[in-house]
Design a protein around this ligand. Structure first.
Ligand code: HEM
Length: 532
């Protein structure tokens, strides 16, 4: 069979059986970047029996997500996905299929769900599941929690959610929820600041809590962090379950490499995963049951409300597990990615006070100081948008995107890529490539003043093609609004006027090694907008 593939991409020398596994070191994107310097922008690795093609050039990425977009529309599967999901083995990562194509096309072209001719929702079709070996775990350590979340529900399920929750129409309807959450944070900071001096803020935690609250408010009309949490015990349980979930996702288990060990569960990882999934299930069940007690206005906006209405009409399709799965996917995919982006962007601004002043001047010019910034202002704030793009370029929260998998043989850059090969795109290496960007390591938001700056897969923090991030607009809104409000309402400085340390730690979403803290004081002209 191997002989069919005469022109495989170049590869570093590997060992029998394990292939190149021993060469993978953290941070993975740097190791892969070093390989690409040596072996070129398209290279092949073998992780045990699994082939992985690593791509590090805009033209190759473009080829993957245009010519081969359908072929690479699959995602690989993992052990964590199997246990931390809500329907266990029944649902897999759906191969790209007719229904999904319909949903996607209709979503984009008509902005509505997959329906048949005048208007019934298309029935779920049966999807095959790909049961590849679990060597991907080695990669999942470095990739992104989404990877696992994606095993939770099949493509069609969360595409429906995409339509429902992440479409522009829906985002417009929920913008007041995000506005409230941002204001809630601003109020807290205003109070902390006292009468006028500078006070210290743990921005890392504040950004995480803001992103988490905004997501859960949109989904279930409830917040789990901060002073106004109604049920503190319940909030703690959820926070702990989520923390445990993330920890488990990060854990490597030999059974991932050697599936035969699954039945032994040497380190008890699977047992912990199953227990976490069961507890999470119980918790989400309670939330769903409670939902009817939430005030009507919040309820109408919450995603759960829509999902439950769908459950009433199509109970066999919208099972509880599907609903829990959708909630988890969005929470996992949307929270840390957004808060990490806020943290890196604010760090860059603190280290570049001129850019911070420029953002403030722009907000004062377009929004003024008689009211608080809102999401509708964002399209006018070009410089702020350039700053966020520049932060996403330099500190991409998902440096290797999520792995894709070829559903049939194809070619990339003239090389053969066999069916079943995993595709990894080194987005961060592209974002920092001196052949592609002038002064690639320099923070220069002005580079995005040229409209073509991000063209041709040069800037891909959200991926590209049909499996690109469906939360891009939501992320840009929440990040833009949070930063805009912080800069509009406060004066910011680094602690002891020292530069913010920009070292990167290893983790799911490229976290800062040192969580960001800074000092701020009220802008007197803005204090009157808050309940202090
Ligand atoms: C700055 C914040 C964010 C960044 C940088 C980001 C980045 C990404 C990336 C790189 C991918 C994978 C694309 C690929 O493999 O080709 C992805 C997928 C995804 N993202 Fe985001 N994301 C962010 C925020 C969000 C938000 C707020 C949501 C929704 C609440 C979301 C939902 C998803 C989902 C559901 C997928 C899976 C798409 C698929 O497999 O088809 N993301 N994201």
């Amino acid at each position: 069979k191997q002989e069919r593939y005469k022109n495989l991409p170049p590869s570093p020398p590997g060992l029998p059986i394990i292939g190149h596994l021993h060469l993978l070191k953290e941070p993975l994107h740097q190791t892969l970047q070093a390989f690409s310097y040596k072996y070129g922008p398209i290279l092949l690795l073998r992780l045990g029996p699994k082939k992985v093609v690593v791509v590090t050039s805009p033209s190759a990425v473009e080829e993957c997500f245009t010519k081969n977009d359908v072929v690479f529309a699959n995602r690989p599967r993992s052990l964590a996905g199997k246990h931390l999901n809500y329907n266990n083995t029944n649902m897999g990562v759906a191969p790209y299929g007719e229904l999904w194509r319909n949903l996607r096309t209709e979503e984009e072209e008509e902005g509505r769900e997959g329906k048949d001719e005048g208007g019934r929702k298309k029935k779920k079709t049966s999807f095959g599941t790909s049961n590849h070996s679990c060597l991907e775990t080695i990669l999942r350590l470095h990739v992104h929690c989404l990877y696992y979340a994606l095993s939770i529900v099949s493509v069609e399920d969360w595409r429906i959610t995409t339509l429902e929750m992440l479409s522009t129409t829906r985002l417009d309807k929920t913008s007041s929820i995000r506005g409230e959450e941002v204001k809630f944070l601003m109020n807290q900071l205003m109070k902390n600041c006292g009468s006028g001096g500078y006070s210290k803020v743990d921005l890392n935690s504040k950004f995480y809590e803001l992103s988490f609250n905004a997501m859960t408010m949109m989904m279930m009309g409830k917040r789990f962090y901060g002073e106004s949490v109604e049920d503190i015990e319940e909030a703690k349980i959820f926070q702990n379950l989520m923390r445990e979930h993330f920890e488990l996702v990060k854990k490597a288990d030999p059974a991932d490499l050697f599936p035969v060990l699954q039945c032994v569960d040497l380190f008890g990882t699977q047992k912990k995963m199953i227990a976490n999934a069961e507890n999470m299930d119980k918790f989400l069940q309670k939330l769903v049951d409670e939902h009817r007690t939430i005030s009507v206005s919040t309820k109408m906006k919450a995603l759960i409300h829509n999902l439950l209405s769908l459950q009433d009409t199509e109970p066999e399709f919208y099972t509880n597990e599907i609903i829990y799965g959708i909630i988890m996917v969005l929470l996992i995919a949307g929270t840390e990615t957004s808060s990490t982006t806020m943290e890196w962007t604010m760090s860059l601004l603190l280290n570049h006070p001129d850019a911070m002043t420029k953002v403030k001047t722009e907000i004062d010019a377009h929004v003024g100081q008689d009211r608080l910034i809102d999401e509708q202002d964002l399209p006018k704030l070009n410089y702020l948008s350039n700053v966020i793009n520049e932060a996403l370029r330099l500190y991409s929260p998902v440096p290797l995107l999520l792995p894709h998998e070829a559903s049939e043989d194809c070619t990339v850059g003239g090389y053969d890529v066999p069916c079943g090969t995993m595709l990894m795109v080194n987005a961060l290496a592209i974002h920092r490539d001196p052949k592609i960007w002038e002064n690639p390591t320099k923070f220069m938001p002005e580079r995005f003043e040229s409209e073509s700056a991000g063209d041709g897969c040069r800037l891909i923090p959200f991926g590209s093609g049909r499996r690109g991030c469906p939360g891009t607009n939501l992320a840009k809104r929440i990040v833009g609004l949070a930063l805009g409000a912080l800069i509009q309402s406060f004066e910011w400085k680094t602690i002891n006027e020292e530069e913010v340390d920009m070292a990167v730690s290893s983790g799911l979403t490229m976290p800062k090694l040192k969580p960001l803290e800074a000092i701020c004081k009220r802008r007197p002209s803005m204090s009157r907008h808050y309940l202090i």
